[in-house]
Design a protein around this ligand. Structure first.
Ligand SMILES: Cc1cc2nc3c(=O)[nH]c(=O)nc-3n(C[C@H](O)[C@H](O)[C@H](O)COP(=O)(O)OP(=O)(O)OC[C@H]3O[C@@H](n4cnc5c(N)ncnc54)[C@H](O)[C@@H]3O)c2cc1C
Length: 467
């Protein structure tokens, strides 16, 4: 049954899109092309009042709700079969306060929106490495990025949130106002309401940074991983890096500098070390020198680039194709390296295995007290299967789970998994990730603020008493 536009009230300024409307297929799609949900309606909100109207409509019509920021979560949380999608996309306003060193961003702003505005002032937020990912979804669930060794996870940098609760009430959430919720929402954020805006800290970044890729043939994978393990334990917090097993050539839209890839690497499985160093040029060069020998990279594509370009360059590297992601936290022992190397080389299509360390401010709490819980981990190993042919769905998903399964079978994993980056996250793994005490505290807060579990299209904490 079609919903009348009037059902959203006279003040509604957004857009209501339903089955049969011209824009319906675009409006229901999320980044993971494998997710094929048909919502009853998509409400594209122009502001907080529209969010309140959409939630009221969902209550009246008894529609389940999905809240969409950038629509990037691989599990497809940003859409829902038969329910109401509250799409915050148009709420992407970004206001930098250079004197305070903070930014206020709309709940639907992308990382690139914030990076671009902050760059005007020589500042940057802690956010992910790809520009088109939703800043809100990333920050409320954790957020790992280039500045993390220095400034922690993105959620550690949240100062204040404007939250529309399940009952439509608007809450100002900060360390001083609703401190319990402030704790909960820096990690388990999507569980407690629609965040119409966030205020987060910004940090100075140099005009240019040493960045780019060192590409090794995958035969040297284990040696490179062992070297990175040592480097992560000793390097300065100005340096951050992640490493990917990938078939470089089959990944579309790679940054222009990869044009310099030598012919012998084309079509081969490679290990790409992507890095960024915030320090002075000479210091940065000295700190990464160790990665240039024994083994030497087959292609050295490091250079100086603006901090902003570093993110924008990545935008086309991750296409909107079919996806299934799995991950584990590990100590990068020789056993774990062997296990990862054996499966990660078995790559098809545009898939990658991405491996990154938790260093410095990421592993210490440094006064931050959010519910985000990856603090005791050493390394994250994420297998990101990406393909186009629906006939490959089962095989590619199975591959993505294979590293995880092997590591678990051999007892090589640490507890928990980063909920922002996995396709399947059962209740058991979520409890394991938060730990019993924190999960219990979150479940109590959930009972208080969202007893009907309206906000359940997420890494969901079940309200206490409803398990
Ligand atoms: C190409 C790519 C690169 C990535 N790189 C990184 C990276 O470098 N570092 C990293 O940490 N993660 C990274 N991620 C993972 C990313 O953190 C998650 O996908 C995140 O959930 C994206 O948020 P979104 O708003 O785009 O997604 P959505 O699917 O829209 O939202 C994700 C969840 O957050 C909720 N949500 C979103 N916005 C709001 C809001 N304003 N209020 C309340 N709830 C909200 C949604 O309901 C949903 O449950 C990457 C993902 C992709 C696809």
């Amino acid at each position: 049954v079609a919903i009348e536009h009037e059902a959203l009230g006279r003040g509604f300024r957004g857009e209501l899109i339903q089955p049969g409307d011209a824009g319906y297929d675009d409006a229901r799609a999320v980044f993971n092309a494998r997710v094929d949900c048909r919502p009853a309606a998509v409400v594209r909100c122009a502001g907080t009042a529209d969010v309140i109207a959409a939630l009221a409509l969902a209550r009246r019509e008894r529609l389940a709700v999905a809240v969409r920021g950038g629509g990037r979560h691989v599990a497809g949380y940003g859409t829902i079969d038969g329910g109401l999608v509250i799409d915050l996309g148009p709420m992407n306003d970004v206001r930098v306060d250079p004197a305070a060193g903070t930014v206020r961003l709309g709940g639907g702003a992308r990382s690139r929106d914030v990076l671009v505005e902050a760059a005007v002032h020589g500042l940057a937020p802690v956010t992910g490495v790809v520009g088109h990912v939703g800043a809100g979804g990333l920050m409320l669930g954790g957020g790992v990025g280039w500045l993390s060794p220095r400034h922690g996870f993105a959620c550690d940098n949240i100062v204040r949130l404007e939250v529309v609760g399940a009952d439509g009430a608007v809450l100002d959430v900060s360390a001083d106002s609703h401190p319990e919720l402030f704790w909960a929402m820096r990690g388990a954020g999507p569980n407690f309401g629609v965040v119409s805006s966030l205020e987060v800290k910004l940090h100075p970044v140099p005009e240019t940074v040493l960045s780019g890729d060192l590409v090794f043939h995958a035969d040297r994978g284990p040696a490179v991983l062992r070297k990175l393990r040592d480097l992560a334990a000793t390097c300065s917090e100005d340096l951050y890096f992640f490493v990917m097993y990938n078939r470089v050539e089959s990944r579309p839209g790679l940054p222009d500098h990869l044009d310099g890839l030598p012919a012998q690497l084309r079509g081969e499985i490679c290990l790409t070390v992507t890095l960024m160093h915030l320090g002075e040029p000479a210091v940065a060069e000295r700190d990464v020198e160790v990665l240039r020998f024994d083994p030497a990279p087959d292609a050295d594509l490091l250079g100086r680039a603006s901090y902003l370009d570093l993110h924008l360059d990545q935008d086309d590297v991750y296409p909107s194709v079919r996806q299934y992601w799995a991950a584990e936290h590990v100590a990068l022992s020789d056993g774990a390296i062997a296990e990862i190397d054996a499966v990660a080389r078995d790559i098809e299509d545009q898939s990658i295995t991405s491996i990154y360390p938790y260093t410095h401010a990421m592993s210490r709490r440094r006064g931050s007290d959010g519910s985000f819980a990856c603090r005791d981990s050493d390394w994250d190993v994420s297998t990101l299967a990406m393909w186009t042919d629906p006939a490959d769905d089962a095989a590619r998903s199975e591959w993505a789970e294979r590293i995880s399964g092997g590591l678990r079978e051999r007892g090589l994993v640490a507890t928990g998994v980063y909920p922002n980056m996995v396709s399947r996250l059962g209740d058991e793994r979520l409890r394991e990730y938060f730990g019993d005490d924190a999960y219990g505290r979150l479940a109590e807060l959930k009972r208080r603020y969202d007893p009907q579990n309206v906000f359940r299209r997420n890494a969901n904490v079940v309200p206490a008493g409803q398990a």
